[in-house]
Design a protein around this ligand. Structure first.
Ligand SMILES: NC(=O)c1ccc[n+]([C@@H]2O[C@H](COP(=O)([O-])OP(=O)(O)OC[C@H]3O[C@@H](n4cnc5c(N)ncnc54)[C@H](O)[C@@H]3O)[C@@H](O)[C@H]2O)c1
Length: 262
């Protein structure tokens, strides 16, 4: 059997994806059902959850959950509903994040927007990861978690609520990976570059700064997400930040050289 034939074990593995109504989360959740994995599609938007499930390769494997993950009670409900539907969540993807708006610079961002960005990214990411891991460790089962961070975990975005939330998530991945590793639970960060999805209004001119010459799209993220989530393909990968950015993070004040004749 080829290494890539069966990246998951649908008899024992099941997934929860937040932000599954749109963009990168949707692409990952849909791809998981395509691999035969029962998957909870969690998002705040009921219409997009329904549409994401309807357009999945295997809609019968998808379970909808609609709720605002900024709220602690909703996170509890998500955990309870996911367990009721799946038995045990072994694979967790945290992609939910409020929209970025350029007006939310240092002096523009409101207290509520600041709090909400942190609540959905870092508070929900921490709480859901910890509670899912608690169950897996007690049951002596392996798991694999993937948190969506950003290149702006390490470089400013002019959106301080966003970059600080992503920086916190980048460290959370390392904390969780170190604590859970000996219990067979891997935790990694997926670091998208400029991906034309709902959360980022992409200026096509940005492609000039991307070594691979184009903006990304959610379909560029899903295969790598599945590879990192898979305990068969990535059994020895934890605490890693895997950039899927077309090389955008290599860009600095030096343009690539003109090669001329060589
Ligand atoms: N698109 C990019 O270029 C890019 C770059 C770096 C990092 N990321 C990260 O990747 C992830 C996905 O990005 P995207 O571009 O696909 O975003 P997106 O806006 O298309 O999708 C995010 C989803 O999260 C949901 N959501 C927002 N608030 C929520 C809440 N309170 N509770 C539940 N769900 C909520 C939204 O409804 C939406 O469906 C985000 O964490 C984002 O920060 C994206």
């Amino acid at each position: 059997m080829s290494l890539f034939d069966m990246p998951f074990d649908p008899a024992r593995e099941a997934a929860l994806v937040t932000g599954a109504g749109n963009g990168i989360g949707r692409a990952i959740a849909q791809a998981l059902t395509g691999e035969g994995v029962r998957t909870v599609f969690a998002d705040v938007n009921p219409e997009t959850v329904a549409a994401a499930i309807k357009t999945s390769p295997r809609p019968e494997l998808a379970i909808p959950f609609v709720g605002d993950l900024a709220l602690a009670a909703v996170r509890e409900a998500l955990l309870a509903d996911s367990e009721a539907a799946l038995g045990r969540v072994t694979h967790f993807v945290h992609s939910a994040s409020p929209p970025r708006r350029e007006a939310d610079h240092v002096f523009g961002v409101s207290h509520e927007t600041w709090m909400r960005m942190h609540a959905v990214n870092i508070d929900a990411g921490f709480h859901l990861s910890r509670e899912l891991a608690r169950k897996l460790i007690k049951a002596k089962l392996p798991g694999s978690f993937l948190l969506l961070t950003s290149l702006h975990a390490g470089t400013p975005r002019n959106l301080p609520h966003y970059s600080t939330a992503k920086a916190a998530m980048a460290m959370l991945v390392k904390e969780l990976a170190k604590t859970f590793g000996r219990h067979g639970i891997r935790v990694n960060a997926l670091v998208p570059g400029a991906i034309a999805a709902g959360g980022f209004v992409a200026d096509p001119a940005l492609a000039r700064h991307i070594p691979l010459g184009r903006l990304g799209n959610p379909a560029d993220l899903a295969p790598m997400a599945l590879a990192v989530l898979s305990n068969r393909i990535s059994a020895y990968v934890t605490g890693a930040a895997i950039a899927v950015d077309g090389g955008l993070s290599l860009t600095n004040w030096f343009d690539p050289p003109e090669l001329g004749e060589f």
